[in-house]
Design a protein around this ligand. Sequence first.
Ligand SMILES: [Zn+2]
Length: 47
Amino acid sequence: MKCDVCGAKIETTFLQKVLGTYIRNEKGKKKLVCSQCQKNGRIKELK
Ligand SMILES: [Zn+2]
């Protein structure tokens, strides 16, 4: 899995849970964002 904003690799836990957040953009597409991009507010760049 990788971040849809910065392209960084996102690790998954042994329960297959991603260490990031799924968000939906305006078109309803599911995007994965790493915690770093969340902190930086770069989620906006997906829209
Ligand atoms: Zn990122």
